[in-house]
Design a protein around this ligand. Sequence first.
Ligand code: ATP
Ligand code: MG
Length: 663
Amino acid sequence: MSAVLNPPQREAIRYLDGPLLVLAGAGSGKTRVITQKIAYLIQECGFSPSNIAAITFTNKAAKEMQERVAQLLDGKPDGLTISTFHSLGMRILREEAKVLGYKPRFSIFDSNDCFAILSDLSGSADKATIRRLQTLISNWKNGLIQPDAALANAESEIEKLAAQAYASYAATLKAYQAVDFDDLIVLPVLLFDSYPEVLDKWQNRLRYLLVDEYQDTNACQYRLLKQIAGPRAAFTAVGDDDQAIYGWRGADIENLRGLPRDYPNLKLIKLEQNYRSTVRILKAANAVISHNEKLFDKKLWSDLGHGEAISVTVCRDSEKEAEHVAMKLQAHRFEHRGKFSDYAILYRGNFQARIIEQHLRDQRVPYLLSGGQSFFDKAEIKDITAYLRLLANNDDDPAFIRAVTTPKRGVGSSTLEALGTYAGERHISLFAAAFEEGFARRVQARQLGPLVDFCEFINRIEYRAQREPAGTVMNDLLGAIGYEAWLMSEEERKVAMTRWESVQELVSWLARRGEEDNKNLIELTQMIALINMLEKREDADAPDAVQLSTLHASKGLEFKHVFLIGVEEGVLPHRESLDPVKLEEERRLMYVGITRAQRSLHVTYAERRKQGRDFFPCEPSRFIAEMGEDLRFSGGKVDAPPDKATGAARLAAMRAMLAGKAG
Ligand code: ATP
Ligand code: MG
C-alpha cells in the first residue's frame, strides 16, 4: 500500500482478529481507514471482493468511496459492495422477495407516495395530522412493532388513529407490491429473524463488513449489521460521537455505547491526528464541542499550521449577508487563485439557500445545490418516473393512475373508476384488471380501447427496457407518449421549456448511468427511488462550481474554504432545538460545519432576517462565542475597523449578552 498511514491507522487496517471500532474526531482519516482496509483485504489477505461490504451514509459518500477504492486497486473490483444501508437492504429484498411474498421488481414509495396513501386511508385532510401518523408508523416499524401490537398499546387518540391506519397502510403497500424506506431495513431484519437459512447465506456471502459514520445508525440498522456479522463478528465500524446529527431521524448514539456491551472482545482504536484542517479551525471546533457532555474522551491535533484567521462577519440583514458571501467568495477566490469547487457554503436549513442562490447568480458564480428540493420531486420527473415504475412493477397502482392520465389519452375518470372497483373486488392490480374479460364486459368498447392500448404499450416498452440501452428506450417512450408537445400545450412556453429540460436531464442521466453501471432501464428505475433520501440530487459530472449544502448533507465531505452562514440563535441552534438534549445535537452540527473546512473558515450572521415580508431581529449564535477568542470580527452596526481590539470587545459584549440570556 503506497498511501501514507500513521501507526494507529495502520493498526486499524490490519486488525482482523475480531470486531473493531475506530472512534475518532473529524478529519482524522476514518474514511481513509475504510478504503485502505478494503484494498488491504483484497490485495494482502486474499479476500474476494464479493465477500466485502462497505456501508456509508449517503449515496454521494458511497460513490466517492467507490472512486477512492478504484484508484487504490486500479479499477473497480467485481462484486464489491459499497452502498448505503438502504441500498444493501434493497439488494437483500430483491433477492429474497419471494420469501416475503413480494415480486423481485417491487416499487419503492417515497415519503410523498406514502403520505398520499395515508391521507386516503385516514380520511383526514389535515397535513399535520397525516405527517404525525407517518412519524408514528415509521417509529413502530423501526421498533419492529407490528400493527396489532401497536393497536393494543396505543394510548392517545392520535396513536389509536395511527395504529388503525398502520394495518391498512401495510396492506395497501403490499397490494401495490411496494415498500417504503423504512421497509428497506425493517423487512430484511424480519426476514433474517424468521429464516435462518437465508441469513446463513448472506452471512457467508458478506464475510467482512465496514461501516462508516457509525454514530448515525439507528437501532434497526444496527440490528441488521449484527445479524449479518453473526457470531464471526468480522467488522470494522468507524465513527465520531461528536458528529451524531441524525438523532431527529431515530439514529441513536446508544449504538456506540452498545457496541462494547454486545461485543465484549471489541477492539477500540483512536485516531488523534487531524489531516484536514489548520490549527485555528481545529481549535475553534474543539472549543465548541467541549461544551457538550462527553461520551468518549478524544483528542485531536493538527500540524498543518495556524493558517488564515477565522472571520466572523456581522451583516445588517439576510439580504446583505447573501450579498456579502457572494462578493467575499469572489474576492477570496481571486486572491488565492482558487477554483469555485474549492468553496462550500453551508447552512442549517434549506430555506437559507434561495437568497444565496440569487446573489451567486447575480455575481455569475456557478454553484451546485445538494440537499435541496429533490430533482425527483419535480412534477415532470414524477410524471416520467411513473411510467418507469409501472414498467418495473405492473402492480404499482399509483404509478398506473399517474401514467395513464398524463398526458391525457382518452381514458376518462369513469373508466378508471370502473377499473378501480373491479380491481378492488378481485384483489388485483389496475393493470391486471384492464386485461380481464370480466372488466371488459362492464365498460363500452370505446372506453376499453385506449386502456388496453396503454397497457400493451407498457408491455412493449417493458420488453425493450430489458434488452436495449436505457437512453434509446427513454427517447422512444417520450416520443410515443408525446410528452414534449403535451407540456407545451399545458404550460406557458417558458415553464414548459424548463420542464422539458429537466426531462432531458433525466434521460441523459439514465443513459449515462445505464452505460457506466451496465444497468437496464428497469434496474435504474429501482435505483431512482433510493437517490436521495438525504442528498436528494446526484451531481452530474462535477463542473467547477461552489457547493451549496445543508450542514446535514455535508457530513464526511471536505472543502478548502467554507462559508458557514446564518449562525444565529434560532437558526443554528434551531429555535425548536433549545432543550438540553437537542441543543447538543445542534452543537454537533456546528462542529460538523466547522470541521469541513481545510484552509479557511468564514462565519456570517445577520442582525435581521427576512421571514415572509417582514424582518425580524436576530442574535448571534451562542456557538460563535463558544469558538474561542481567535476570531476576526467585521461588519455590523459599529463601522469600526475589524482590528483585534474591536473584535475582542465585540466578543466580550456577545459573551455578556449570552451569559445574560442563560442566567
Ligand atoms: P470525517 O469525520 O469528517 O468523516 P474522517 O475521519 O473520515 O473525517 P477522512 O475524510 O478519511 O477523515 O480524512 C480527512 C483528510 O485527511 C482526507 O483528505 C484524507 O485523505 C487525509 N488523510 C487521512 N489520513 C492521512 C494520512 N495518514 N496522511 C495524510 N493524509 C491523510
Ligand atoms: Mg469520514
